[in-house]
Design a protein around this ligand. Sequence first.
Ligand code: ARG
Length: 468
Amino acid sequence: MAQQLWKGRFTKPVDSRVNDFNSSIRFDARLYREDIAGSMAHAAMLGAQGILSYADTDAILEGLEGILADLDSGALAIDPAAEDIHTFVEQTLTARIGEAGKRLHTGRSRNDQVATDLRLHLRRGMAGLLKQIEELAGVLCGLARQHAGTVMPGYTHLQRAQPVTLGHHLMAYVQMLLRDLGRFDDAIARMNAACPLGSAALAGTTYPIDRAAAARTLGFAGAGENSLDGVSDRDFCIELAAAASICMMHLSRLCEELVLWSSWEFRFIELDDAFTTGSSIMPQKKNPDLPELVRGKTGRVFGDLMALLTVMKGLPLAYNKDMQEDKEAIFDALDTLSLCLTALTPLLASTKVRPEAMRAAAAGGFINATDCADYLAKKGVPFRDAYRITGELVALCIRRGETLETLPLADYRQASGAFAEDVYEAIRLDRCVEGRACAGGPSAESVRRQLRAAEALLAARAKARGEG
Ligand code: ARG
């Protein structure tokens, strides 16, 4: 069985049941690359400061490189009985290079080590996640371009309200995703600002370490200002989980619409067979499992955020073992978001839109009633009167089974002398949408404006990443 790093003071081995309970290797094994990178930066700094001899420093750096290569290639397996990844790497190093390995832990603690490793690990993972969000935004933009002029009902209270375009509706989600990207950017910048390494267990160290140098090597803006905060700050996990929760909430809303829209009641879209499932008993069914699952998994990510907040809320300074719970929560939140994006992006890209069904729904719900009232108001009728007159006309249409488009002019004129033949043009659906050309409105021109801005932003991000 693997040994603990701290066994000196103890007379008995840890009970095997407690061992498993205490161990974090199951979920912190994935930190191995960052643990090794952190150890290499620390060792190089100790060497440069003359705290370690050149010979020891070289042996440590070479040993760590070898461990990294062997873990990457699979030649070395992580021991599931190790207490955590930090223990495993240090013990493997000592087993391989002897005495020098025992000097690596000079002037540091697993407390500043894990706080550093986790930041480095999340930093690396976030690049891919941001790219996934950008890809989904890109697919939404593509659909919005295709449907810049596709008229559909806009809803409030899930009641048909006013005409919009599908392009406009989809661009609303692009706006949400752009904000999500911004939120992640902010959280990542803060996470990368202060390197905890050198905080040691809680109170720094008496060795003449160069914290700024280690921080630079690891790509942080600088070393943290306060050692107690350095080892006990998990704000970065909470911020990322919060950003992930908000992003999941957006995906969940989008998925709720996909579920509604793909139902027989709406029939606005048809999900591709490759992304739907059937029922084991009802042969006619085509179920939107995938968007439902995204909606369902949103709760899980909210749960991860609540777990992190709850773990932290009662902790006195500085490190407490409770904080070991941070990793499963933040990994699950980010992994879940990534998984949902992996499924949702191709599902959307393959979704078939049924513009004729959207238009039919738009034509059937008196959603041009506001435009009819606006028509009267523009002819000088006070809006409140225009509103009442139009309401009465709608009631008349419902009684007679007509729409505002089919109601004879005589009926209009009986309601108000301000109506003339041109009312039919004013309430034409396309006209109602195209008339809403104000900034941020649903007209095709406005959608194209939104697209230009969003796509420029996405292109700038891809360029900053070194693509395109
Ligand atoms: N596995 C621990 C964690 O994830 C590493 C830090 C352990 N520190 C300690 N003082 N026991 O939090």
